[in-house]
Design a protein around this ligand. Sequence first.
Ligand code: RIB
Ligand code: CA
Length: 306
Amino acid sequence: MTKKPLIISTDPGIDDVAAIIIALFSDMLDVKLIAATWGNVPLEKTLTNTLKLEAFLNTNVPVVSGASCPLLRQQIDASDVHGKSGLGGYEFPEPDMSLLKTGIAADAIHEVVANSSEKVTLMQIGPATDFALYFRQYPEDLANIEQLVIMGGAIGRGNWSPYSEYNVAGDPEAAQIVFSSGLKILLAPLELGHQAFITPDTLKQIKTVNQTGEMLYQILTDLHDETEGDGREIYDALAAGMLIKPEMYTFKSAYVAVDTKSMYSYGASLIDFDDFYHQPANVEVGVKVDRQAFEDWFISAIKKAK
Ligand code: RIB
Ligand code: CA
């Protein structure tokens, strides 16, 4: 079976680390490029974190620096959740600077897509800034994109404001550009993370799997989110799972748009399953995930690492 070429836009970020590990060691995916973007913490940290993670994993996927801020809105920050470093308190090795490509993300993404004999899959697990800029710069590339899987949005309550989720709220205008791109889009909203949280018992299992599992145990223990009681929500890993084991999920077609105009609901993801807006569906939304199947699969995915 040939591996799917994949480009990741990410803002590591503790749950980003879980998703990146899954992608890098999957026998179904061939990660061609990682674009680090501003997000959970500022760009200089997400970029360094990406290079540190690859040094830890001994992988050699090229990395490129993405945008340092949103297209229009004031930058936001999630260091209260991911720690000041963005990766909790874990001591990673020095960043592998040999992997850092010069230039900007849009050009690096274009170089991969334009030269790929196979359609390329995109995974967006941070704010949409870089893919939005890329789509605007190279619209002709869309014909060589297989699909885009996104962690973002909320069917109901948000985690940044009552109705907005962090990634979409981080750059609402960029998110709107991506959702209206016409690409095939799979969406992993907050609700999937709420369903498939990692229990304390599973965390203990992960700790003994291998060196990567031990590191994940440490940083996931440092993840301070609203569900500390019953487990750790690794939202970004739910997006990665869609590319590798889609049968774990139930999908529903929806028209998805982003509120870029209001004051109180600015950044809200409006996920319309019921044709309220009389617009054709543009996204397949993951509405349910089999929690046990996901947990078992997550452990097996970590076992593939070192
Ligand atoms: O709302 C969750 C998302 O915001 C995840 O991607 C997490 O890493 C943060 O970026
Ligand atoms: Ca993220």
